[in-house]
Write a protein that binds this ligand. Structure first.
Ligand code: MG
Length: 331
Protein backbone atom coordinates (compact mmCIF):
# COMPACT_ATOMS: atom_id res chain seq x y z
CA UNK A 1 0.00 0.00 0.00
CA UNK A 2 1.42 3.45 -0.90
CA UNK A 3 1.47 6.35 1.55
CA UNK A 4 -1.25 8.03 -0.50
CA UNK A 5 -3.46 4.93 -0.29
CA UNK A 6 -2.84 4.75 3.44
CA UNK A 7 -3.89 8.40 3.83
CA UNK A 8 -7.01 7.79 1.76
CA UNK A 9 -7.88 4.81 3.93
CA UNK A 10 -7.37 6.97 7.01
CA UNK A 11 -9.87 9.46 5.57
CA UNK A 12 -12.37 6.61 5.18
CA UNK A 13 -11.78 5.45 8.75
CA UNK A 14 -11.81 8.82 10.50
CA UNK A 15 -13.92 11.33 8.56
CA UNK A 16 -17.63 11.97 9.10
CA UNK A 17 -20.16 11.06 6.39
CA UNK A 18 -20.47 14.79 5.65
CA UNK A 19 -16.77 15.22 4.82
CA UNK A 20 -15.23 15.44 1.34
CA UNK A 21 -12.98 12.47 0.66
CA UNK A 22 -10.01 13.22 -1.55
CA UNK A 23 -10.34 10.04 -3.61
CA UNK A 24 -13.85 11.08 -4.67
CA UNK A 25 -12.81 14.52 -5.92
CA UNK A 26 -14.60 15.73 -9.03
CA UNK A 27 -11.08 16.18 -10.35
CA UNK A 28 -8.94 18.64 -12.27
CA UNK A 29 -9.13 20.31 -15.67
CA UNK A 30 -6.26 18.05 -16.79
CA UNK A 31 -4.69 15.04 -15.05
CA UNK A 32 -1.53 15.45 -12.95
CA UNK A 33 1.43 13.08 -12.92
CA UNK A 34 1.17 10.28 -10.38
CA UNK A 35 2.04 10.91 -6.71
CA UNK A 36 2.44 8.08 -4.20
CA UNK A 37 2.75 10.28 -1.17
CA UNK A 38 -0.01 12.89 -0.98
CA UNK A 39 -3.76 12.97 -1.34
CA UNK A 40 -5.26 15.19 -4.07
CA UNK A 41 -6.14 17.95 -1.57
CA UNK A 42 -2.66 17.85 -0.03
CA UNK A 43 -1.21 18.32 -3.50
CA UNK A 44 -3.49 21.35 -4.00
CA UNK A 45 -2.35 22.89 -0.72
CA UNK A 46 1.30 22.44 -1.74
CA UNK A 47 0.75 23.83 -5.23
CA UNK A 48 -0.77 26.97 -3.70
CA UNK A 49 2.05 27.49 -1.18
CA UNK A 50 4.68 27.23 -3.92
CA UNK A 51 3.08 29.75 -6.29
CA UNK A 52 4.29 33.35 -6.74
CA UNK A 53 0.90 34.90 -5.95
CA UNK A 54 1.05 33.30 -2.50
CA UNK A 55 4.39 34.97 -1.71
CA UNK A 56 3.06 38.35 -2.81
CA UNK A 57 0.39 38.19 -0.07
CA UNK A 58 3.21 39.16 2.28
CA UNK A 59 3.21 42.72 0.94
CA UNK A 60 -0.50 43.28 0.42
CA UNK A 61 -2.67 45.35 2.73
CA UNK A 62 -5.13 43.76 5.10
CA UNK A 63 -6.53 46.95 6.65
CA UNK A 64 -3.57 49.23 7.28
CA UNK A 65 -1.81 50.27 4.09
CA UNK A 66 1.80 49.03 3.72
CA UNK A 67 2.31 48.83 7.48
CA UNK A 68 5.83 49.66 8.63
CA UNK A 69 5.21 48.37 12.13
CA UNK A 70 6.18 44.71 12.61
CA UNK A 71 2.98 43.50 14.23
CA UNK A 72 0.15 44.52 11.91
CA UNK A 73 -1.51 41.83 9.83
CA UNK A 74 -0.83 41.58 6.15
CA UNK A 75 -2.80 39.55 3.64
CA UNK A 76 -0.39 36.66 4.27
CA UNK A 77 -0.71 36.55 8.04
CA UNK A 78 -4.49 36.92 7.66
CA UNK A 79 -4.43 33.91 5.31
CA UNK A 80 -2.46 31.85 7.84
CA UNK A 81 -4.93 32.73 10.61
CA UNK A 82 -7.84 31.67 8.39
CA UNK A 83 -6.09 28.36 7.69
CA UNK A 84 -5.44 27.77 11.39
CA UNK A 85 -9.02 28.50 12.44
CA UNK A 86 -10.40 26.50 9.51
CA UNK A 87 -8.28 23.46 10.33
CA UNK A 88 -9.29 23.53 13.99
CA UNK A 89 -12.97 23.52 13.04
CA UNK A 90 -12.53 20.88 10.32
CA UNK A 91 -10.62 18.55 12.64
CA UNK A 92 -13.20 18.91 15.40
CA UNK A 93 -16.06 18.14 13.01
CA UNK A 94 -14.17 15.23 11.41
CA UNK A 95 -14.24 17.05 8.10
CA UNK A 96 -11.33 17.13 5.65
CA UNK A 97 -8.60 19.28 7.18
CA UNK A 98 -6.42 19.20 4.05
CA UNK A 99 -9.22 20.46 1.81
CA UNK A 100 -10.05 23.19 4.29
CA UNK A 101 -6.42 24.26 4.50
CA UNK A 102 -6.01 24.36 0.71
CA UNK A 103 -9.10 26.55 0.27
CA UNK A 104 -8.02 28.86 3.10
CA UNK A 105 -4.49 29.31 1.72
CA UNK A 106 -5.87 30.15 -1.72
CA UNK A 107 -8.89 32.23 -0.80
CA UNK A 108 -7.33 35.72 -1.06
CA UNK A 109 -4.77 35.15 -3.84
CA UNK A 110 -6.72 37.51 -6.11
CA UNK A 111 -6.86 40.38 -3.64
CA UNK A 112 -5.74 43.71 -5.08
CA UNK A 113 -3.07 45.90 -3.50
CA UNK A 114 -4.37 48.39 -0.90
CA UNK A 115 -7.20 46.08 0.22
CA UNK A 116 -10.72 46.94 -0.86
CA UNK A 117 -9.58 50.35 -2.14
CA UNK A 118 -7.88 48.51 -5.01
CA UNK A 119 -10.99 46.46 -5.66
CA UNK A 120 -13.06 49.65 -5.96
CA UNK A 121 -10.70 51.06 -8.60
CA UNK A 122 -11.04 47.98 -10.80
CA UNK A 123 -14.82 48.00 -10.33
CA UNK A 124 -14.91 51.61 -11.44
CA UNK A 125 -12.39 51.44 -14.30
CA UNK A 126 -12.68 47.87 -15.56
CA UNK A 127 -15.87 46.05 -14.59
CA UNK A 128 -18.46 46.72 -11.86
CA UNK A 129 -18.55 42.95 -11.29
CA UNK A 130 -14.81 42.70 -10.51
CA UNK A 131 -14.37 40.98 -7.17
CA UNK A 132 -11.52 39.36 -5.32
CA UNK A 133 -13.20 35.93 -5.07
CA UNK A 134 -13.52 35.62 -8.84
CA UNK A 135 -10.02 37.02 -9.26
CA UNK A 136 -8.64 34.46 -6.78
CA UNK A 137 -10.19 31.74 -8.93
CA UNK A 138 -8.66 33.32 -12.04
CA UNK A 139 -5.25 33.36 -10.34
CA UNK A 140 -5.30 29.64 -9.56
CA UNK A 141 -6.93 28.62 -12.85
CA UNK A 142 -5.26 30.86 -15.40
CA UNK A 143 -2.56 33.19 -14.13
CA UNK A 144 -0.74 30.55 -12.05
CA UNK A 145 -2.26 27.59 -13.90
CA UNK A 146 -2.30 25.46 -10.73
CA UNK A 147 -4.81 22.95 -12.11
CA UNK A 148 -6.50 22.41 -8.71
CA UNK A 149 -9.34 20.06 -7.85
CA UNK A 150 -12.93 21.21 -8.30
CA UNK A 151 -13.58 21.34 -4.53
CA UNK A 152 -10.70 23.73 -3.85
CA UNK A 153 -11.65 26.00 -6.77
CA UNK A 154 -15.29 26.04 -5.68
CA UNK A 155 -14.34 26.87 -2.07
CA UNK A 156 -12.11 29.75 -3.19
CA UNK A 157 -14.85 31.20 -5.41
CA UNK A 158 -17.53 30.95 -2.70
CA UNK A 159 -15.58 32.20 0.34
CA UNK A 160 -17.36 35.56 0.57
CA UNK A 161 -20.64 37.12 -0.46
CA UNK A 162 -23.89 35.22 -0.81
CA UNK A 163 -22.57 32.14 -2.65
CA UNK A 164 -22.36 28.96 -0.57
CA UNK A 165 -19.62 26.42 -1.28
CA UNK A 166 -20.57 22.89 -2.40
CA UNK A 167 -18.52 21.33 0.41
CA UNK A 168 -18.67 21.71 4.18
CA UNK A 169 -14.94 22.44 4.14
CA UNK A 170 -15.62 25.42 1.87
CA UNK A 171 -18.34 26.66 4.22
CA UNK A 172 -15.88 26.40 7.13
CA UNK A 173 -13.46 28.72 5.32
CA UNK A 174 -16.20 31.32 4.97
CA UNK A 175 -16.71 31.26 8.75
CA UNK A 176 -12.96 31.09 9.43
CA UNK A 177 -12.31 34.13 7.21
CA UNK A 178 -14.85 36.21 9.13
CA UNK A 179 -13.73 34.97 12.54
CA UNK A 180 -10.12 35.78 11.62
CA UNK A 181 -10.60 39.26 10.21
CA UNK A 182 -13.16 40.51 12.71
CA UNK A 183 -10.85 39.59 15.57
CA UNK A 184 -7.49 40.55 14.11
CA UNK A 185 -8.82 43.83 12.72
CA UNK A 186 -9.96 44.73 16.26
CA UNK A 187 -6.52 43.77 17.54
CA UNK A 188 -4.75 45.88 14.88
CA UNK A 189 -7.11 48.83 15.43
CA UNK A 190 -6.36 48.74 19.18
CA UNK A 191 -2.62 48.60 18.40
CA UNK A 192 -2.97 51.59 16.11
CA UNK A 193 -4.99 53.56 18.65
CA UNK A 194 -7.92 53.76 16.21
CA UNK A 195 -10.05 51.99 18.83
CA UNK A 196 -9.83 52.24 22.59
CA UNK A 197 -10.23 48.96 24.48
CA UNK A 198 -13.39 50.18 26.23
CA UNK A 199 -14.97 51.32 22.94
CA UNK A 200 -16.11 47.81 21.95
CA UNK A 201 -19.84 47.40 22.63
CA UNK A 202 -20.13 45.91 26.09
CA UNK A 203 -23.21 43.81 25.36
CA UNK A 204 -21.38 42.11 22.47
CA UNK A 205 -18.26 41.46 24.56
CA UNK A 206 -20.46 39.94 27.28
CA UNK A 207 -21.66 37.40 24.70
CA UNK A 208 -18.43 36.88 22.73
CA UNK A 209 -15.70 37.50 25.29
CA UNK A 210 -13.61 40.36 26.61
CA UNK A 211 -10.26 39.40 25.08
CA UNK A 212 -9.00 38.65 21.57
CA UNK A 213 -8.46 34.97 22.38
CA UNK A 214 -11.79 34.57 24.17
CA UNK A 215 -13.74 36.00 21.26
CA UNK A 216 -12.07 33.70 18.71
CA UNK A 217 -12.66 30.78 21.04
CA UNK A 218 -16.37 31.59 21.48
CA UNK A 219 -16.94 31.85 17.73
CA UNK A 220 -14.98 28.70 16.87
CA UNK A 221 -16.64 26.65 19.62
CA UNK A 222 -20.04 27.89 18.52
CA UNK A 223 -19.51 26.62 14.96
CA UNK A 224 -18.35 23.26 16.34
CA UNK A 225 -21.30 22.92 18.75
CA UNK A 226 -23.86 23.86 16.09
CA UNK A 227 -22.40 21.58 13.41
CA UNK A 228 -21.28 18.38 15.15
CA UNK A 229 -22.93 15.37 13.43
CA UNK A 230 -24.97 17.75 11.25
CA UNK A 231 -25.02 17.64 7.45
CA UNK A 232 -24.01 21.28 7.13
CA UNK A 233 -21.80 23.82 8.92
CA UNK A 234 -23.32 26.72 10.84
CA UNK A 235 -22.92 28.93 13.89
CA UNK A 236 -25.39 29.13 16.79
CA UNK A 237 -27.89 31.93 16.02
CA UNK A 238 -27.17 34.08 19.10
CA UNK A 239 -23.40 33.95 18.54
CA UNK A 240 -23.85 34.58 14.83
CA UNK A 241 -26.01 37.59 15.62
CA UNK A 242 -23.42 39.06 18.03
CA UNK A 243 -20.61 38.34 15.55
CA UNK A 244 -22.39 40.17 12.75
CA UNK A 245 -23.12 43.12 15.04
CA UNK A 246 -19.43 43.28 15.94
CA UNK A 247 -18.61 43.22 12.24
CA UNK A 248 -21.04 46.10 11.64
CA UNK A 249 -19.34 47.98 14.49
CA UNK A 250 -15.99 47.50 12.73
CA UNK A 251 -17.38 48.82 9.46
CA UNK A 252 -18.57 51.97 11.21
CA UNK A 253 -15.52 52.55 13.39
CA UNK A 254 -12.47 51.03 11.73
CA UNK A 255 -12.99 50.30 8.02
CA UNK A 256 -14.21 53.82 7.39
CA UNK A 257 -12.09 55.55 10.02
CA UNK A 258 -10.35 58.57 8.44
CA UNK A 259 -7.14 57.92 10.40
CA UNK A 260 -6.86 54.29 9.26
CA UNK A 261 -8.14 54.98 5.80
CA UNK A 262 -6.67 58.45 5.31
CA UNK A 263 -4.35 57.22 2.58
CA UNK A 264 -7.03 55.29 0.71
CA UNK A 265 -7.99 58.18 -1.56
CA UNK A 266 -4.37 58.51 -2.60
CA UNK A 267 -4.00 54.74 -3.04
CA UNK A 268 -7.04 54.74 -5.33
CA UNK A 269 -5.73 57.68 -7.36
CA UNK A 270 -2.38 55.92 -7.75
CA UNK A 271 -3.93 52.68 -9.02
CA UNK A 272 -6.30 54.53 -11.29
CA UNK A 273 -3.38 56.38 -12.87
CA UNK A 274 -1.55 53.08 -13.38
CA UNK A 275 -4.69 51.54 -14.90
CA UNK A 276 -5.03 54.27 -17.52
CA UNK A 277 -1.30 54.30 -18.20
CA UNK A 278 -1.22 50.58 -19.05
CA UNK A 279 -4.44 50.77 -21.05
CA UNK A 280 -2.54 53.26 -23.24
CA UNK A 281 0.76 51.33 -23.08
CA UNK A 282 -0.15 47.63 -22.85
CA UNK A 283 3.16 46.47 -24.27
CA UNK A 284 5.02 47.93 -21.30
CA UNK A 285 3.45 45.27 -19.09
CA UNK A 286 5.64 42.20 -18.34
CA UNK A 287 5.72 39.45 -20.98
CA UNK A 288 3.51 37.12 -18.98
CA UNK A 289 0.50 39.44 -19.52
CA UNK A 290 0.92 39.73 -23.29
CA UNK A 291 -0.96 36.52 -24.20
CA UNK A 292 -3.97 37.86 -22.28
CA UNK A 293 -3.74 41.15 -24.21
CA UNK A 294 -4.13 39.13 -27.39
CA UNK A 295 -6.69 36.61 -26.22
CA UNK A 296 -8.94 38.63 -23.89
CA UNK A 297 -8.12 42.25 -24.60
CA UNK A 298 -6.14 45.02 -22.94
CA UNK A 299 -8.50 45.91 -20.03
CA UNK A 300 -8.58 42.28 -18.82
CA UNK A 301 -4.78 42.03 -18.96
CA UNK A 302 -4.28 45.37 -17.20
CA UNK A 303 -6.69 44.29 -14.45
CA UNK A 304 -4.76 41.04 -13.95
CA UNK A 305 -1.48 42.95 -13.76
CA UNK A 306 -2.79 45.57 -11.33
CA UNK A 307 -4.63 43.17 -9.05
CA UNK A 308 -1.52 41.01 -8.75
CA UNK A 309 0.67 43.88 -7.55
CA UNK A 310 1.82 44.24 -3.96
CA UNK A 311 1.34 47.64 -2.31
CA UNK A 312 5.02 48.51 -2.57
CA UNK A 313 5.35 47.32 -6.17
CA UNK A 314 2.46 49.61 -7.16
CA UNK A 315 3.98 52.56 -5.29
CA UNK A 316 7.43 52.05 -6.82
CA UNK A 317 5.99 51.60 -10.30
CA UNK A 318 3.95 54.78 -9.96
CA UNK A 319 7.09 56.65 -8.91
CA UNK A 320 9.08 55.32 -11.83
CA UNK A 321 6.40 56.30 -14.34
CA UNK A 322 5.03 59.57 -12.99
CA UNK A 323 7.55 61.17 -10.64
CA UNK A 324 10.48 62.96 -12.29
CA UNK A 325 13.86 61.71 -11.16
CA UNK A 326 16.16 64.13 -9.46
CA UNK A 327 18.99 65.15 -11.82
CA UNK A 328 22.03 62.90 -11.44
CA UNK A 329 20.18 60.18 -9.46
CA UNK A 330 20.71 56.62 -10.68
CA UNK A 331 17.74 54.16 -10.92
MG1 MG B 1 -9.90 36.74 3.59
Amino acid sequence: MTIKEMLEKREDDILSPYASRSRYTKGRASPLSHDDMRTEYQRDRDRIIHCKAFRRLMHKTQVFLSPEHDHYRTRLTHTLEVAQIGRTIARSLKLNEDLCEAIALGHDLGHTPFGHAGERVLQRCYDPAFDHCKQSLRVVEKLENLNLTYEVRNGILCHAGSALADTNEGIIVKFADRIAYINHDIDDALRAGILKADALPRELCDVLGHSHGDRIDTMVQSVIRASTDKPTVMMEPHIYDATMKLRAFLFENVYTNPEAKGEEGRAEALLEALYHYFIAHPFEMPDEYQPTVEQEGVPRAVSDYLSGMTDRYAINLYKSIFIPRVWGQKT
